[in-house]
Design a protein around this ligand. Structure first.
Ligand SMILES: Cc1cc2nc3c(=O)[nH]c(=O)nc-3n(C[C@H](O)[C@H](O)[C@H](O)COP(=O)(O)OP(=O)(O)OC[C@H]3O[C@@H](n4cnc5c(N)ncnc54)[C@H](O)[C@@H]3O)c2cc1C
Length: 665
C-alpha cells in the first residue's frame, strides 16, 4: 500500500501514544479493522423476547463503537428459536424477520467506525426448559456439574440424534447468512464455554461412539462441518471461532487438544481464533474475578498462535492498554479482547489513542454488575447486565450526562465512592463542586476494601484524578458540621457520609478484646485466637487477612452460608481460600454474650478466644438523624442522600445512587 499523508500521520499518532501495536490496523480477508481492540460477545439480555434488536442494544453497542473499539462482536446470537436460547431476552439470528433490526444495529456501529461481527450460538445443555420449554440437548446425556456451589444447575440434557445435528449445522449456516445480509463484517462461531460446539469438541461432555464422538478428529467433526457450512453461505466474510483452549476440568480439553483442533478448524476455513477458557462447570475460568491475575490466559493464545497461520485473539482480564500493548508486542496474540473493560469504560480505546490512558476507568473484575445482577440474582432469566462503576452501561438510551442549564454550587460531604461519584458527575454537568472529607485521603471504606482487594485502588486513583481534572475543590481533613456548610453556602448538599459498623447490644460488647473488622484492617493487633462475628464479605475477607498472618481464625455466622452478599463465583473462591488457610467456619450459630477470654455461642457453647472481631455489617447513625442533618434541614438546604447514608448497601449501590442524584442536580 503506498504511504499517504494520512497513513504517516496515523503512524506518528500511534507511536506517540505508546500503543503502537494496539492501535495499528489489521486486515482479515478483505476487512480492515482500525485497531486491535475487540469487544467480545457478552450477554446483556437487552433484546426483545422474540430476539429482535431493541434501541437499548443499539445505544449500548454504539457507545462502545463511538469509544473506538475496532471490532464489536455482538453478543451470543441464538440460531434457533426457542431451542438454542440461553436467555429470555437473547438476541436472535433465527429468522429473516430479524434482519432489519440487525441491519439497524450494524449501520449504527459502522457510522462510528467500528466493524461488526455477530456471534452464532447454540446453548446446548446451557439452555433450560424454563427458557425454551424444551429439554436441552447435548452430544451425550451428561448434566452440568458446576464446581461452584450455587451456580445455576443444568437439567439432564438428551443426546442429540444425527439428523438433528444436520439440522443444527444448517441453522448455523442460515444464521450466518442473515448476519451477512444485515451487513455484518464477520461472524463468530461460539465454540467455547459449554455451548453446544464445545460440548462436542470435549471428551468431558461427548461420550458418543458414532461419527461425531470418540477420537479428537471425530469430536471436531461437528465444528468443522459448521465452519464449512458457514463458509458456503457467507463466501468471503471472515469467520472467527471462539474456543475454550483449556476447560480446566479433569478429562476436559487441554491446550494440547486445542492445538490439534485449531489446525483442523483452520483447514476448514476459520480466519481468526478467539481464545478463551473454561466451561459451564468452571465458570470462574470463564468470568474470572479479581483474584485471577491480569492477562491470565495469555499463555493459551500464545500456544494457539504457534500452530496456526491466522490471527489469534488473547483475552483474560486485560483491563489496561499497557498490558494489551505488551501482549501484542511480545507476539502472544494479534488482537486483544477487552470485555468488561469496555462495559466499564466505553472510551477506553479513544483514551489510549489520545494520550489519556490514565483517565481510563479500569474494570475491577468485581462481577457484581455484569454477572451477578444479570445471571445470579435473577432466577427467571430476566436480569439485565449493568456495571458497578458505570451506571450508564445499558442505560445509554435513557440517560446522559449533559451540561446543566443553571450552574449551581454543590457541596458533597464525604469522600467515599458515593461522594466521589456524585462530585464527579456534578462537575461534568458544569456545576461548581466542593467535596469535604474528614480523613487525610479520599476513598472511604474502599481504603479498607483495597487492603484485601488491591484492584479497589484503581477506583480511588480514577476518581482522584478525575476530580482534579474537573476542577473539583477537594478539602481533606475537614469534618463537616452545620457551621462549615453555612460558611460555604451551597445551593445543594449531597450527604455521602457513609455508615458505621453495627455494634450489637449484647453483654460484654465493650470489653477491651472486642474490635471491629475496620479496626483490624486499619492495623490494630489481635491476639492469636480470633473469632470473627459475621461471615459476610467483610468478615470473610478479614478472616483471610488474619489467617495469612498465621492467626487461628474461626468465623461464626448466623445464616446458613457465608458471603451471601457476593455472587457464587467470588463466594466459592473465597470459601476455598478460607479452607486452604484453615479458617474454621461455623454457620447457623450466633454469639449471645462475651466474656474476657471467651464467647457464648447459642446460649450453651463456650468458645475461647483472645480477640473478637465484629463484622456484622454497617448501620446508619443509631441515634437517628445526625446533628448535621438536623441543622441542614432547619437551615432549609436542599439535601440529597447517597450511598450508605441513603441505605446501607455495597459499592454498586454507592456509585449508582450517587450517579442518579448528581444527574438530577
Ligand atoms: C473491608 C471492606 C470490603 C468491602 N468490599 C466490598 C466489595 O467487594 N464489593 C462491594 O460492593 N462493596 C464492598 N464494600 C462496601 C463498600 O466499600 C461500601 O458500600 C461503600 O464504600 C459505601 O460508600 P459510601 O461512599 O456511601 O460510604 P463510605 O465509603 O463509608 O464513605 C463515607 C465517607 O464519608 C466521610 N465522612 C463521614 N462523615 C463526614 C463528615 N461529617 N465530614 C466529612 N467527611 C465525612 C468518611 O470519612 C468516609 O470517607 C466493602 C467494605 C469494606 C469495609
Amino acid at each position: 500500500m503506498p504511504m499517504t499523508r494520512n497513513n504517516k500521520q496515523d503512524i506518528r499518532r500511534r507511536m506517540k501514544s505508546g500503543f503502537e501495536h494496539l492501535l495499528s490496523p489489521i486486515r482479515i480477508r478483505h476487512v480492515e479493522l482500525k485497531n486491535r481492540i475487540v469487544m467480545p460477545a457478552i450477554s446483556t439480555n437487552y433484546a426483545a423476547k422474540d430476539g429482535s434488536v431493541t434501541q437499548r442494544i443499539i445505544d449500548y453497542y454504539e457507545a462502545r463503537a463511538k469509544g473506538g473499539a475496532g471490532l464489536i462482536i455482538v453478543e451470543c446470537g441464538s440460531i434457533l428459536y426457542p431451542e438454542s436460547r440461553i436467555n429470555k431476552n437473547q438476541i436472535g439470528l433465527h429468522d429473516d424477520s430479524l434482519i432489519t433490526g440487525l441491519a439497524d444495529l450494524v449501520n449504527a456501529l459502522h457510522k462510528q467506525g467500528a466493524k461488526v461481527a455477530f456471534q452464532l450460538s447454540h446453548g446446548g445443555k446451557r439452555s433450560t426448559s424454563d427458557i425454551t420449554g424444551l429439554q436441552p440437548v447435548s452430544p451425550s446425556a451428561i448434566p452440568i456439574k458446576a464446581r461452584v456451589p450455587d451456580w445455576p444447575e443444568g437439567e439432564m440434557p438428551r443426546a442429540i440424534s444425527v439428523p438433528e445435528i444436520k439440522e443444527i449445522i444448517n441453522a448455523f449456516g442460515a444464521a450466518a447468512e442473515r448476519a451477512k445480509r444485515a451487513g455484518a463484517d464477520a461472524v463468530e462461531i461460539h465454540g467455547a464455554h459449554s455451548f453446544l460446539i464445545l460440548e462436542f469438541l470435549s471428551p468431558y461432555s461427548n461420550l458418543r461412539n458414532d461419527e461425531y464422538g470418540g477420537t479428537l478428529e471425530k469430536r471436531t467433526r461437528f465444528a468443522s462441518e459448521i465452519v464449512r457450512e458457514v463458509r458456503g453461505r457467507v463466501g468471503d466474510l471472515p469467520i472467527l471461532f471462539r474456543i475454550s483452549a483449556d476447560e480446566h476440568v479433569t478429562g476436559g480439553l487441554t491446550i494440547e487438544d486445542t492445538r490439534r483442533i485449531a489446525r483442523i478448524l483452520e483447514h476448514a476455513g476459520v480466519d481468526v481464533f478467539n481464545v478463551s477458557s473454561g466451561n459451564h462447570d468452571t465458570p470462574e475460568e470463564v468470568i474470572p474475578p479479581a483474584v485471577y491475575p491480569l492477562g491470565f490466559r495469555v499463555d493459551l493464545s500464545r500456544e494457539v498462535k504457534k500452530v496456526v497461520s491466522v490471527p489469534v485473539i488473547a483475552s483474560g482480564r486485560v483491563n489496561n492498554p499497557q498490558l494489551a500493548e505488551e501482549i501484542l508486542s511480545n507476539k502472544d496474540a494479534d488482537l486483544i479482547v477487552i470485555g468488561r473493560g469496555l462495559i466499564c469504560d466505553p472510551e477506553f480505546p479513544n483514551k489510549a489513542a489520545q494520550g489519556r490512558a490514565d483517565e481510563i476507568r479500569k474494570c475491577i473484575a468485581c462481577n457484581q454488575g455484569c454477572i451477578d445482577r444479570y445471571r445470579m440474582f435473577d432466577k427467571d432469566g430476566n436480569g439485565l447486565m449493568t456495571c458497578t462503576l458505570n451506571p450508564l452501561a445499558g442505560q445509554e438510551n435513557r440517560f446522559s450526562v449533559s451540561r446543566a442549564t443553571q450552574t449551581r454550587k454543590i457541596l458533597v460531604i464525604g469522600g467515599g465512592p458515593a461522594g466521589m461519584e456524585a462530585a464527579m458527575v456534578a462537575a461534568l454537568k458544569g456545576h461548581k463542586v466542593i467535596i469535604l472529607e474528614k480523613e487525610k485521603t479520599l476513598g472511604g471504606q474502599l481504603r479498607l476494601a483495597a487492603i484485601t482487594k488491591p484492584d479497589m485502588t484503581n477506583i480511588m486513583t480514577y476518581f482522584e484524578k478525575e476530580l482534579v481534572r474537573l476542577g473539583v475543590d477537594v478539602r481533606l481533613q475537614v469534618e463537616a458540621d452545620y457551621n462549615t456548610v453555612n460558611d460555604i453556602k451551597p445551593d445543594i448538599v449531597v450527604l455521602a457520609t457513609g455508615a458505621i459498623p453495627f455494634i450489637p447490644p449484647i453483654d460484654g460488647i465493650r470489653n477491651s478484646n472486642v474490635v471491629t473488622a475496620w479496626d483490624v484492617l486499619r492495623g490494630i493487633e489481635t491476639g492469636e485466637r480470633v473469632i470473627i462475628a459475621g461471615g459476610g464479605t467483610v468478615g470473610c475477607e478479614t478472616a483471610e487477612f488474619l489467617a495469612l498472618k498465621r492467626k487461628q481464625v474461626t468465623i461464626i455466622e448466623k445464616k446458613s452460608n457465608i458471603a451471601l452478599d457476593l455472587g457464587p463465583i467470588r463466594r466459592s473462591l473465597l470459601r476455598q481460600r478460607l479452607t486452604q488457610y484453615h479458617v474454621a467456619i461455623l454457620t447457623d450459630r450466633e454469639i449471645k454474650s462475651i466474656g474476657s477470654g471467651f464467647v457464648i455461642v447459642d446460649d450453651e457453647n463456650k468458645m475461647e478466644m483472645d480477640t473478637l472481631v465484629l463484622a456484622l455489617g454497617n448501620q446508619q447513625n443509631p441515634e437517628g438523624e445526625t446533628k448535621l442533618e438536623m441543622g441542614l434541614k432547619n437551615g432549609n438546604y436542599t439535601i440529597y442522600k447517597v450511598g450508605d447514608n441513603e441505605g446501607v448497601g455495597n459499592l454498586l449501590h454507592a456509585v449508582h445512587s450517587a450517579f442518579y442524584v448528581a444527574l438530577k442536580c
